[in-house]
Design a protein around this ligand. Structure first.
Ligand SMILES: C[S@@+](CC[C@H](N)C(=O)[O-])C[C@H]1O[C@@H](n2cnc3c(N)ncnc32)[C@H](O)[C@@H]1O
Length: 307
């Protein structure tokens, strides 16, 4: 599953290996959109990777792989980074001040079904940084990601734009809390985590992201046929969504077992397939495996170390 030594990794698949090695073999300026959800250095239990490094080591490593992401991006390319509270500030400074990327949005992904804490507030968010290489030239397809406005959903106002509005920069998809709490054109985004009972959940990787979240990013920041890269494949969500949306794609994953499961996931997908999860979560909730609409709390495999 790894490319031959020294050859550049082929498109349309996941490659097993260390992303630093695989990135070094990826041609400069060849990627339109990179999405990275790296290990958060919080002691999460991956099958191969050790998620307990010293802070200095983790930051030095992050600087290296993010530098490689910048190199492989086209001049008009985009880089999205998903990261937890622990290193969000440091990685943003590295990306902007050291690597020279421009931060277009600092999106907060508000999710439900996080780990329930007893002696502090339960974490229910992650950070999504939207960086571009050139602040004057980048892809942002507004019409591909419009959402219904509060004017339409709450007030039933006939003046609401039927085409919807640009999402806020807090992303939220929790039906019971909406839409009063969040403006639909801001920067807090709500999507539920892919919890244990959801039909969407693959079940073998605890960090699986929702397809709808990746759908918004890929639709907004790339065109059909563009190349989408994910250096930390995990369960393969980025690659699966890129394939469904007719993008060219390329993924890396350290774990042999995870990479094999990504291969299986991709083999079942055709371009044009629907994304899993509720496309419009303000109006519906995700289907569960057994068809019920109720969802139970997250399973043991969630990022419990984030307590
Ligand atoms: C947080 S998970 C990604 C989850 C993914 N976004 C999803 O939706 O399933 C991070 C992944 O990075 C992988 N990983 C860790 N170090 C890596 C490296 N140096 N190169 C490639 N993959 C690595 C881990 O094995 C893990 O599967």
């Amino acid at each position: 599953m790894s490319p031959a030594p020294h050859s550049s990794p082929a498109l349309g698949r996941v490659h097993r290996g260390d992303c630093l090695d695989l990135l070094s073999r990826t041609p400069s300026g060849s990627v339109h959109l990179a999405f990275a959800d790296p290990p958060f250095n919080i002691g999460y239990d991956y099958d191969t990777y050790d998620d307990r490094r010293s802070a200095d080591d983790y930051l030095a490593w992050s600087r290296r792989w993010m530098g490689e992401i910048k190199r492989v991006l086209r001049d008009d390319g985009t880089f999205w980074l998903a990261i937890g509270d622990e290193y969000a500030a440091e990685l943003k400074v590295i990306a902007t001040r050291e690597l020279g990327l421009t931060c277009r949005s600092w999106v907060v992904w508000y999710y439900t079904f996080g780990v329930n804490c007893k002696q502090k507030f339960s974490r229910s968010h992650a950070h999504l940084f939207h960086f571009v290489k050139d602040p004057a030239a980048f892809t942002f397809n507004v019409d591909a990601i419009r959402v219904p406005s509060a004017r339409e959903l709450v007030y039933g106002d006939k003046r609401a734009n039927a085409a919807g509005r640009l999402p806020d920069d807090t992303w939220i998809l929790r039906p019971q809390d909406l839409p009063e709490g969040f403006e639909s054109d801001g920067d807090t985004w709500y999507f539920p985590r892919v919890c244990g009972t959801f039909k969407e959940r693959s079940g073998w990787h605890g960090c699986q992201m929702p397809e709808q979240l990746l759908g918004r990013i890929i639709r907004a920041c790339s065109h059909e046929g563009d190349t989408v890269l994910d250096p930390f494949g995990g369960s393969g969500t980025t690659l699966a969504v890129a394939k469904k949306l007719g993008r060219s794609f390329l993924g890396f994953e350290l774990s042999e077992a995870y990479a094999a499961r990504i291969d299986e996931r991709l083999a079942c997908i055709k371009p044009g397939d629907r994304l899993d999860g509720a496309a419009e979560p303000l109006k519906s909730v995700p289907a569960t495996k057994n068809g019920r609409r109720r969802a139970k709390a997250a399973t043991k495999t969630s990022r419990r170390r984030a307590l």
